[in-house]
Every structure is written in structure tokens, then in C-alpha cells.
Design a protein around this ligand. Structure first.
Ligand code: SAJ
Length: 414
């Protein structure tokens, strides 16, 4: 199967590295995004997101002429859709971006083209995408109408890369590829094998959709188990970090780490797509979401109670991002906790976040960005919210006279 021109629709955290990966294999790639700023930036050979090594790669493939960005779709042999799938108010998946992208590419489709949905999606989204395209192009046949004989082949291949390691994981990770028919799956596999060195494993589109949701729900449920243990241990006066270390010595036990809550745009979101699809059956998955979403409130209560013994309390909050050693504040439980503390006005709030240069607007004027040394020296209460590497080097002696709330077990590593 020959793919001379490949189009990637949605040039964000997944689409842009994927477009660059094809281009690095000397494929002509047209990246499409509705954001003209992103398009202009990429066409200058620069990037609009933070991801190690991506800037150099994009610069190289744009200057060699393999990658070009555009706000309007153009004909290609394969289309990859990598747009966001957020949820709406009632935790229902919002497919508006997928609908807009599939309707946008429909006019340029031609017989023989392949369309692959990469966005994390509820089960059935790939079939829905094919219906939207079929609506727009009655002159072409799609797999839901013509099966293996369809003009257009359609499939799903969820991304599963770890932010911060995208360039390596895109190439090395195994891919689960779900075709609407077996031939659709084979076509998609031929496409990914252009740059993927991991195994490309075929299934149907619905199983591939569910597989991605399952991976993230697995982590969410297991983090919820650790978070629930941390609450139980608090009541029983047991160090949960030591407990987990000991339990994990069992050859078949592998408990994850408790924390201040679950952040990021994947693990805290995707399990809801399963709950929405099977609300009466997905009891454990729903409960895990609730346990993890409740954790920031619990931490906030502990910090507040700790301040009551001081007349003019000063709290040092260590970390704002959603996990260690990144600058990403989206859906961050640490940011939620600090924002709430700052809004309640019960204390002077000092924030230490080595990965950012200025406080986000939500905290501006309500909290102070501070160096680690000064914040600890000034604080009565120290709340460790993220396990950033520099925090691991804090000398415990400097914390001796402080009330420390360690949500990441930073001081309990033994
Ligand atoms: N967390 C804990 N305890 C743990 C592990 C994580 O509290 O033991 C928290 C983190 O602090 C963070 C959140 O969970 O707030 C999520 O962190 P993460 O490192 O588990 O995941 P993400 O969101 O950075 O990236 C995940 C990855 N999924 C898995 O590791 C299963 C990535 O492979 C996916 O591609 C990505 O989600 C995605 O796009 O779905």
C-alpha cells in the first residue's frame, strides 16, 4: 500500500509529533489545524507546545519541505484525526471536534483513501465519524455501507504516549489498530508501520476504542486504591508509603502511589467515557473517579486544620503542576488546592514551582511565587503537592520546626 501524501488533522500534543514522525520518514505531510497561530508557527519551523526534542524535529522536516501546515484540508492518501475529545457538564463525551474535523476532510476525500481516528474516543465514535463523512459524500462508499468493498477505509488507532517522552514512545510503543473491517485495519497498519518500530496489533474499531479507555481506567482505579489506602492509614496512624513499599514486596502485588488527586487530561477524563456508556455496570470505575476527585478536598482540609494553630499563618505550597518535573498545570489537583487556599484568605500563600516563570492568572495577586529556600524559611506549614526532583533534595532538618503535609511521600522514601 502506498501513501504518498499523509494529512494529520489537529496539530496538538499528539498530532504534531505524529506528523513530524511521518515527515522524518520522508513522507509528504500536510498538517491541518483550525488555529492560524499554530499553522504559522509550524510553517516557520517552530512549535507552539512544549515537548522535548519536538522543536528540532519540526524545524528539520519543515525546512526540508516534508511537513507543511494549513488551516484548510487538502487531498491526501491517508488522514489521521488527532483532535481533543473533552467531556461536557454531565461527564458526557463531547465529539464536536471529531465531527468538525471529519466534515472538514470529507470534501477532499477520494476513492482509496484511509481515515484513522487517533483521538481518545468513546466506543462507537469511529463508526459515528464514518457516518458523518458518508453524509457529506454520498458519491463515495464507506465500510458501514459496503464492508470490505468500500471506497474509503476507516479505522481507529489510539495514541498512548507519555507526555515528556513523546518522540521516543511514538516510535517504540506497540499500537492497537482497530479497523471497521479487517482490510481497513490492514491499511491502517501499513500506515503506522512507516514509523512505528513497536508491534502493530490488529483488532476491530470498537475494541481499539475500549482498549485505550481501559488502559487509563486501569491506572485511575489503581491510583484510587492507593488514595483510599492513604485515607485509611491516616485514620489508623500508619505510614501509607511504608505500607505500600512492604506490600509491594509480594511478587504479585504492585500498588501505585497515593497523591493529592489525579490530574492531566487523560486519566481523570477517559474513565468517564466508560461510565457514560454503561452507567449501571461501571460501578468500580465510577467510584474510583469519585475517590480520586475527592482527594484534593481532603488535602485542603488537612492544610486548613494545620493553619489554625498559628496567628498569622504562612503556607509554603511545593508544586503546582499535575505531576513531577513538568510545567503542565492543566487539570492539576495541586493548582486546585492552592487556588482554593488563596481564595479563602486564611493564610499567606507562598508557591514554589521551579518549572514556571510566573503564577497562572488564577493565582495572580492572591499568592506569591517564591524560591524553595525562602518559602521553607518563612513557612509555618509546608504542603508538598508535587514530587519535583529539586524537592527530593530538601534537607529534613530544615523542616523540623514546621508542620509538614506530605501528599507525595517525599519524606518517606526509604
Ligand atoms: N498519579 C498518582 N499516583 C501514581 C501515578 C500517577 O497519583 O501512582 C497521578 C499523577 O500525579 C498525575 C495523574 O496521576 O496527576 C496522571 O499521571 P500519569 O503519569 O499516570 O499519566 P499522564 O496523564 O501523564 O499520561 C497518561 C499515560 N498513561 C499511562 O501511563 C497509562 C500515557 O501513556 C497516556 O498516553 C496518556 O495518559 C493519555 O494520553 O491517555
Amino acid at each position: 500500500m502506498e501513501f504518498e501524501v499523509i494529512s494529520v488533522v489537529g496539530l496538538g500534543y499528539i498530532g504534531l509529533p505524529t506528523a513530524a514522525a511521518f515527515a522524518a520518514r520522508r513522507k509528504r505531510v500536510i498538517g491541518v489545524d483550525v488555529n492560524p497561530h499554530a499553522v504559522d508557527t509550524i510553517n516557520r519551523g517552530a512549535i507552539h507546545i512544549v515537548e522535548p526534542e519536538l522543536d528540532m524535529l519540526v524545524h528539520a522536516v519543515v525546512s526540508q519541505g516534508y511537513l507543511r501546515a494549513s488551516v484548510t484540508p487538502e487531498p491526501a492518501d491517508a488522514f489521521l484525526i488527532a483532535v481533543p475529545t473533552p467531556f461536557t457538564e454531565g461527564h458526557k463525551p463531547d465529539l464536536a471536534y471529531i465531527e468538525a474535523a471529519s466534515r472538514a476532510i470529507a470534501p477532499v476525500l477520494k476513492k482509496g483513501d484511509l481515515v484513522v481516528l487517533e483521538s481518545t474516543s468513546p466506543v462507537g465514535a469511529t463508526e459515528q465519524m464514518a457516518r458523518w463523512m458518508a453524509d457529506m459524500r454520498p458519491d463515495l462508499s464507506f465500510p458501514q455501507q459496503a464492508g470490505e468493498a468500500s471506497d474509503i477505509r476507516v479505522g481507529h488507532c489510539p495514541e498512548r504516549v507519555l507526555p515528556g517522552h513523546v518522540i521516543r514512545e511514538l516510535v517504540e510503543n506497540d499500537r492497537v489498530i482497530g479497523g471497521m473491517t479487517p482490510r481497513c485495519g490492514e491499511a491502517a497498519r501499513a500506515l503506522y508501520q512507516i514509523f512505528v518500530s513497536g508491534n502493530c496489533i490488529l483488532t476491530d474499531a470498537r475494541t481499539a476504542e475500549m482498549c485505550k479507555l481501559t488502559e487509563n481506567a486501569f491506572r485511575d482505579v489503581n491510583i484510587a486504591f492507593a488514595n483510599e489506602l492513604s485515607l485509611i492509614c491516616e485514620q489508623l496512624d500508619i505510614n501509607v508509603w511504608e505500607l505500600i513499599r512492604l506490600a509491594n514486596r509480594h511478587p504479585r502485588v504492585n500498588i501505585l502511589q497515593p497523591g493529592p488527586g489525579v490530574g492531566g487530561h487523560c486519566i481523570a477524563v477517559d474513565p468517564w467515557f466508560i461510565v457514560d456508556a454503561a452507567p449501571d455496570t461501571a460501578r468500580l470505575i465510577r467510584t474510583a473517579r469519585i475517590v480520586n476527585d475527592d482527594k484534593p478536598r481532603h488535602v485542603l482540609g488537612r492544610i486548613e486544620r494545620a493553619t489554625t494553630r498559628f496567628k498569622e499563618p504562612v503556607i509554603a505550597c511545593l508544586g503546582l503542576s499535575f505531576k513531577a518535573d513538568i510545567d503542565d498545570l492543566r487539570e492539576s489537583p495541586a493548582l486546585d488546592i492552592v487556588r482554593e487556599l488563596a481564595e479563602r484568605g486564611i493564610a499567606r500563600v507562598l508557591v514554589v514551582e521551579p518549572n514556571i516563570g510566573a503564577l497562572p492568572p488564577a493565582l495572580a495577586g492572591k499568592a506569591e511565587l517564591c524560591g524553595l529556600h525562602d518559602a521553607i524559611a518563612l513557612a509555618d506549614v509546608v504542603a508538598i503537592l508535587v514530587d519535583h526532583t529539586p524537592f527530593r533534595r530538601i534537607d529534613p532538618v530544615r523542616l523540623q520546626a514546621k508542620v509538614v503535609i506530605d501528599t507525595r511521600g517525599l519524606l518517606s522514601h526509604g
